[in-house]
Design a protein. Structure first.
Length: 265
């Protein structure tokens, strides 16, 4: 059965416009299930060229941000043209993934002058992430998401800001910008020497924290709610709050110094 294209009335309408190739989801976590590809041919004669188009499929989806409701357990990124160029959608996705994968290596293993150096070609690759839960975010610069990169657009023959997918977390390995820190670690770092309102503003703008739906929900809970992140930090004894409502991390128990005994008159 041949799939019908859009109705001409729909195409001429200014309503129900869609983002080309972006889909409804903007940030999610899911198990990286497969990466099938196909080779497509464009042009004719001497202008013939081939492009390898890769689709990244995810299952057991946890949608964190979306522009419209999405309730399905699977998600596929629109096919991306494989390329060895850094300034391409595949290159941006690859570099974001590599930065996280490289967090599992020691400084010596990443140092070209060290005898322990492991060259990039021999390090863990994207295909080795199959079966792992990964966090993906659309770099579109909206709602606190990463800024889109400048990529070459052949239609206008110049660079332009281009939204594209990036990896921000790989389960068991690391998170983007985390330097080994978890979203909870980052939240606790941000809470130090801040009032609740100042912390909320900083935390809700942090990309690492925004990637953790449960933590984000705790931070956004009403200020008086027991499950509010700041209140939890107080009740668990990990933070204290001074008279100015500023939070301070409890690093060690402070010994109580008894008052000197007074001699009887």
């Amino acid at each position: 059965m041949t799939q019908q294209g859009p109705n001409i009335d729909d195409l001429l309408s200014i309503r129900n416009l869609v983002d080309a190739d972006l889909g409804p989801v903007r940030r999610f976590k899911g198990i990286f299930e497969s990466m099938p590809y196909s080779v497509e041919t464009y042009g004719e004669g001497t202008n013939t060229r081939q492009s390898t188009r890769v689709t990244l499929n995810f299952k057991e989806l946890e949608v964190i941000e979306a522009v419209e409701p999405y309730h399905f357990p699977i998600y596929s990124l629109a096919p991306i043209s494989a390329s060895n160029r850094k300034k391409s959608k595949w290159g941006v996705l690859g570099m974001s993934c590599a930065k996280i994968l490289d967090q599992q290596y020691s400084v010596a293993q990443l140092d070209p002058s060290s005898p322990e150096y492991i060259p990039p070609a021999k390090r863990v690759n994207l295909k080795d992430c199959l079966g792992r839960r990964m966090g993906m975010v659309m770099a579109d610069g909206e709602m606190g998401r990463p800024q889109p990169p400048m990529l070459y657009d052949g239609r206008i023959e110049e660079d332009k800001l281009t939204p594209c997918w990036t990896v921000y977390e790989i389960e068991g390995i690391g998170v983007a910008g985390g330097q080994g820190k978890t979203p909870l670690d980052k939240a606790m770092d941000l809470l130090e020497n801040k009032t609740m309102s100042d912390f909320n503003a900083a935390a809700l703008a942090d990309p690492l924290i925004r990637g953790d739906a449960a933590l984000l929900q705790a931070i956004s809970a009403p200020p008086a709610a027991p499950n509010n992140f700041c209140n939890t930090m107080l009740t668990t004894g990990q933070f204290v709050k001074d008279a100015q409502e500023v939070f301070h991390k409890v690093t060690a128990a402070i010994p109580t110094i008894a008052a000197p005994a007074t001699s009887p008159a």
